[in-house]
Write a protein that binds this ligand. Structure first.
Ligand code: SF4
Length: 221
């Protein structure tokens, strides 16, 4: 089992390595999350499923200029909403999800986004990752939003041994010191897109190679 000291060293090394890149990305994230209401963060998150960050950003901005409250989103004709979000992919499913979630917020939460995990995931179309992103970025809660990168990399490193992203969150909370929980998502998403990519990671130029057990890595560059 990886010690907390080793995990701390790994995270600190990654922070230094990614600092120049994070400046740009975090500026964007900060801009997004500071300027976005919890409702906008939630909708942006629903739009981001299987879409590129840049695309999500553009479409979110376009949509929020037209409608950025549950009532306004509900009033949009479905076809119009589908047209606005078309380029995010899976636009029909996403339009349905966005309007369903908005209707639930109106019906059951006084048109507000709830700030607890249980209430968030009780709404259809809101999964653990979306709930944790909203809690982390809109309500400053100390949680670990787990996506494909945050699931894959700690498994490769040997910190955890989990089969699904849902199981990775509680497993990470057991081994990662709490002060790093809110950093993990930003670090691993960026690292997973640039170095520890899903297929054939760049292990030869990886700054944390000496800490990595490279579990299930059969091909690398
Ligand atoms: S050594 Fe390879 S598998 Fe391990 S973290 Fe670095 S890039 Fe990923």
């Amino acid at each position: 089992m990886t010690s907390q000291k080793q995990i701390t060293n790994t995270i600190e090394t990654l922070k230094t390595f990614l600092k120049p890149l994070r400046k740009t990305t975090l500026n964007r994230e900060a801009k997004d999350t500071k300027n976005y209401s919890p409702y906008e963060t939630l909708i942006s998150c629903l739009l981001s499923l299987r879409a590129k960050d840049e695309t999500t950003e553009k479409i979110s901005e376009k949509l929020f200029k037209i409608a950025n409250t549950p009532k306004q989103i509900i009033k949009l004709p479905r076809k119009k909403l589908e047209k606005i979000i078309f380029s995010s992919g899976h636009y029909k499913k996403k339009a349905e999800a966005i309007q369903h979630v908005s209707q639930q917020l109106i019906n059951n939460h006084n048109s507000k986004v709830p700030d607890t995990y249980e209430k968030l995931i009780s709404i259809k179309h809101i999964g653990p990752k979306t709930a944790n992103i909203v809690l982390c970025f809109s309500f400053n809660k100390n949680v670990i939003p787990v996506d494909t990168h945050v699931h894959r990399i700690p498994n490769r490193l040997g910190w955890i041994k989990t089969k699904t992203a849902e199981k990775s969150e509680p497993a990470l909370m057991k081994v990662v010191p709490e002060k790093y929980w809110s950093d993990i998502n930003g670090l691993f998403v960026l690292f997973g897109k640039t170095t520890c990519v899903p297929i054939s990671p760049f292990c030869s130029k990886c700054p944390i190679q000496k800490y990595c057990k490279r579990i299930n890595v059969t091909k690398s560059r």
